[in-house]
Write a protein of this length. Structure first.
Length: 209
């Protein structure tokens, strides 16, 4: 059964509010996405397994805790998901990065995949799929389905803004995937944009509009 976590940390909430503002520049937007992702990553990976190892300090030998296994993969959904990768890598620099390219048909609102490249040992890794927006849920559902077809098993989904419709669709399609978001907004509009949302995340990250 899905675990859906909505972060209420004051720093995440504060930075997300600035992110939403239409006056926020592309540079500021990119920096905020990275900062919010890093804060969310810190919390979302709270359940990583640990093991005791022996180390030597300047004073003595001691047994202390370190991450067990360390096999992780970050998979951004292109193109907006790329804006979240550096925030993740700042905390887990040894993670491998895959990519899944999806675009949404503006007439039907149906997502279509155009690219998929994943680490060869994806089935052995904890996978964090990242995308700033979870609107209808279509892109996230299809991306996770594709990852599972390559053998991926332990999957988390991380987004900044989610619509209730997207959460419902994703949790129904993939009840085994843990979902993390900074905010759950009111609804989708007739064009399937999240309201109040923050506009097109990809355009605001890359300055293409």
């Amino acid at each position: 059964m899905n675990k859906v976590t909505v972060f209420d940390h004051p720093l995440i909430q504060h930075k997300t509010t600035i992110l939403r503002q239409s006056s926020t520049t592309n540079k500021e937007f990119r920096e905020l996405v990275e900062e919010i992702t890093m804060l969310m990553c810190y919390e979302a990976l709270r359940d990583l397994p640990l093991e005791e190892v022996e180390i030597e300090t300047p004073l003595t030998k001691t047994r202390q805790k370190m991450l067990k296994g360390k096999k992780m993969a970050i998979v951004p959904i292109l193109r907006a998901g790329l804006g979240m990768v550096e925030g993740m890598l700042s905390l887990i620099p040894s993670a491998k990065v895959g990519h899944i390219g999806m675009y949404r048909d503006e007439e039907t609102m149906i997502p279509h995949e155009y690219y998929c490249k994943l680490p060869k040992d994806i089935e052995e890794r904890l996978i964090v799929v990242v995308d700033p927006m979870l609107a209808t849920g279509g892109s996230a559902i299809d991306a996770i389905t594709q990852i599972k077809s390559y053998g991926g098993k332990q999957i988390k989904f991380l987004c900044l803004i989610a619509a209730p419709e997207g959460i419902e669709a994703l949790t129904k399609a993939h009840p085994d995937v843990e979902v993390y978001c900074a905010n759950v907004d009111e609804c989708l509009n007739e064009r399937c944009y999240i309201v109040p949302g923050l506009g097109d995340a990809g355009d605001r990250i890359f300055g293409t509009k």
